[in-house]
Unconditional design. Sequence first.
Length: 640
Amino acid sequence: MEHDAVKCQVAILAGGMGTRLKSRTGNLPKPMALVMGRPVLEHLISLCRLHGFERIALLVHYEHAVIADHFGDGSRLGVQLVYRVEREARGTAGALLDALPALAPRFLVIYGDTYADVDLLAIWRVHACASASATLLLHPNDHPFDSDLIEVDAGGRVIGVHPYPHADAAAHRNLVNAALYVMEADAVAAVAPREGKADLARHSFPAMLARGMTLHAHLTPEYIKDMGTPERLDKVEADLNAGLPDRLSSRGLRNAVFIDRDGTLNVEVDHLRSPEQLHLLDGAGEAVRRLNRAGVLAVGITNQPVLARGDVTLAGLERIHSKLDALLGEAGGYLDRLYVCPHHPHGGFAGEVSELKVRCDCRKPATGLFERAARELGIDRRSSWMVGDSSADILAGARAGVRTVLVRTGYAGQDRKHVVDPDYVVPDLVAAVEWILHGHRAMASRLVRVAADAAQARLILVAGPARAGKSMATRVLCELLTLAGRDCHLINLDGWLKPVEERPETEPVDARYDLDAAASALAPLIAADSRHWLATRRYERRTRSAMTGPILSIGPCDVVIVEGVPALMHPSLRELASVRLFLDVGDLERHRRLAADYGWRGVTAATLAEVLQRREAAEVPAVRASAAFATHRVDCDLTP
């Protein structure tokens, strides 16, 4: 079945014995290992056919007759198959050289022990535009320490190949050779040995670079995995059952979480200058890994004015980010891409780089990096998120059209450079990822009925004990009502807290608020048949101080959601609201949240127990008694 006259567009390296898979395959060749009931080689052939590559050479060796008997001439799968049989194992480069007579001048190379859901036409087009001898598909993975790492310059050109094992994996970025290439036949012929064994990744690509040939990188978040061991085979099948390849494919837009670097991923260091200063925050690596495993892109977005200030060179920043990649890799996680703004608008620093001292469209809170990421990675911003520790992060995310989460690590929003409210506030990246992947959806499912009953409401009250989840739930309810076409305004009763010296914690909770004033302010706008303006107040829990908030412009058909611990404790407020929601959570979880909140505010462990005891006595029974006035009650325990 060898038809050398047919020039194939694809070479699939299918000669492997599969020693490590023998517990699953027995004496079958490795490409015949079953993935979801079909040989992985069949999946690859179908992938080629899907993208219009119908002439395929199978480079076979071990038990090649088994492969030929199963696939025949390929007509059953809508392709033409040519078999090139290795009489002796020559390695990937040797096998490819020997098969050149059957191959077109330009062809795809796919390894027969990988499962891939990749747009083959995309890498083909990239290669054609790059005028390269070979184009390599690269991606970060969750085990960079035992992978071949590729070094790439800013223009996408490969400048180094670093095969496993690595003397120091932290010296290289997590860009892994995914074993899928577009190659020129004359380049293979120039470097592959006529005799003996040679490997494409370990021998041919370094030889091409040494000869001055151009190798180009094609970076993609699409799914491609080696399944050459039982564990990796099981992982591929688990990923397929979970829909991971579909979520990462280019057939639709992808969901992403944009993540700030300093203070969110790693410990905040003022103008971090060296890899030695970089340390991940507790749990950050595992949090990123959860995004990876969920098929949600983890995209770093960071301002790095240290470049413009002259504190760090581009090469130095690469070393810092290599350390970041290595630390994330130790936790089995990776950033799908990391975007950096190198600019800084202010001058006057010794050693500053003048060409970077500009006002740009990429420095947060500008949105240039978000727009670039959305374009390059095919991101749906409507279903994506920004997680950061500064007001610039939150404002940038809001401007970019993504939901925003403020973490209480790093600056914890206390920089106050921009007046902006995050959609959600959580303790750290671990909690942010839990909310994004599970909590938000779970809360929305519990509030759908409330949103339906509130379709015509003008005022909704949301009450419950402190740290029961009211602020998070209120924002989710607002999202649901917005999807239903309502303009929604959120007001926190904490704006009507009395000055701290007038509200001892032993006093009943409703007496700590000026609820009469709140009712008087809200009544006119609820009854208004024209637009109404309301001046609001913000309350800063860390400093226990109030400040001026935004002026809300509220239309006669808009819905207003007022949330606060005593929202159902005042008769006049209750009379104004047709929907009254009471939220609660188990005491154990609520106490954990309260302890974390007081710790963030600086309350010592020695006094925490006393503070909690006072609040429990003065607040919780009365607040829970107000649940009798609720039209809806929701449990905010979102444990999966």
